[in-house]
Design a protein around this ligand. Structure first.
Ligand SMILES: NC(=O)c1ccc[n+]([C@@H]2O[C@H](COP(=O)([O-])OP(=O)(O)OC[C@H]3O[C@@H](n4cnc5c(N)ncnc54)[C@H](O)[C@@H]3O)[C@@H](O)[C@H]2O)c1
Length: 248
């Protein structure tokens, strides 16, 4: 898979799956915009990649921050061929009756509205260029009710719906949009998290079934394929990358 002369914008690229995606796209020849809300990690990853990367600090849940992000990408590289909407946060596993409104709004704002805001800002550039590929990082919680708490589950189902909407709307414009559904993956997403006791007790036994952990690079490989010309007729696909967990 060759991304020479292409530009990839990856959100949440300071850590975990997004970092693996940024490194993989650069290795495949792309120039990469390494976006994260954490300026330090975005800078570290861009420095690791070297000349082919630029760091961009942005909060995907804030529209003016997203506007500045896309401006940085376009003013630096002139175009955006690949968008990986990957940044996301967990909830506390709280069940529907127990989740505080503030937590619901924060998780929806980042995971769903953030994915929308970056897509909304990048699409005009892809339309102007005559094409592009978007890969959204959803989750098993985007197709199942027992993989996370209420907010994360609703947000990732929303990402699946948005993926299909974009795929359908722009199929004739040369823009493809697909989603990966990672199973449990070795990243920093649960670092420092506190979990709701009721939700954890209910969800724990189900989540234990998916305890075979993936490496972030295995998610990046799937994203690379979906963004590549090898997947030129794959559009609107919701692809589990979970070693068979969701097949049970
Ligand atoms: N790790 C898993 O088991 C798993 C499973 C399914 C889905 N996912 C999804 O994978 C994606 C990547 O998560 P990860 O596991 O690599 O976690 P991670 O915490 O290692 O990386 C996520 C990155 O996103 C950044 N981020 C958070 N909020 C942001 C914001 N508002 N704007 C910009 N950047 C922001 C963080 O600073 C962090 O660097 C998320 O969407 C997550 O929901 C992860």
């Amino acid at each position: 898979m060759n991304f020479d002369d292409r530009v990839a914008l990856v959100t949440g690229a300071g850590s975990g799956i997004g970092k693996a995606m940024a490194v993989a796209f650069a290795k495949a020849g792309a120039r990469v915009v390494v976006c994260d809300i954490d300026a330090a990690t975005a800078g570290q990853v861009a420095a690791e990649i070297g000349d082919a990367a630029v760091a961009a600090t942005a909060d995907i849940g804030d529209d003016s921050s997203v506007a500045a992000l896309v401006e940085t990408a376009v003013s630096t590289y002139g175009r955006i061929d690949v968008l990986c909407n990957n940044a996301g946060i967990m909830d506390t596993m709280a069940l529907p009756a127990d989740i505080p409104l503030a937590q619901w709004e924060r998780v929806l704002r980042v995971n769903l509205t953030g994915t929308f805001l970056v897509t909304h800002a990048v699409l005009p550039h892809m339309l102007r260029q005559g094409g592009g590929a978007i890969v959204n990082t959803a989750s098993e919680a985007g197709i199942r009710g027992a993989a996370a708490g209420a907010a994360y589950t609703a947000s990732k189902h929303g990402v699946v719906g948005l993926t299909k909407s974009v795929a359908w709307a722009y199929a004739k414009d040369g823009i493809r949009c697909n989603a990966i559904l990672p199973g449990p993956t070795m990243t920093n997403i649960a670092n420092g998290a506190t979990f709701d006791p009721t939700g954890s007790a209910r969800l724990g036994p189900v989540l234990a079934l998916g305890e075979r952990l993936a490496q972030p690079e295995q998610m990046a490989d799937a994203a690379l394929y979906l963004a590549s010309d090898a997947a030129s007729f794959i559009n609107g696909a919701i692809v589990p990358v979970d070693g068979g967990w969701s097949a049970a």
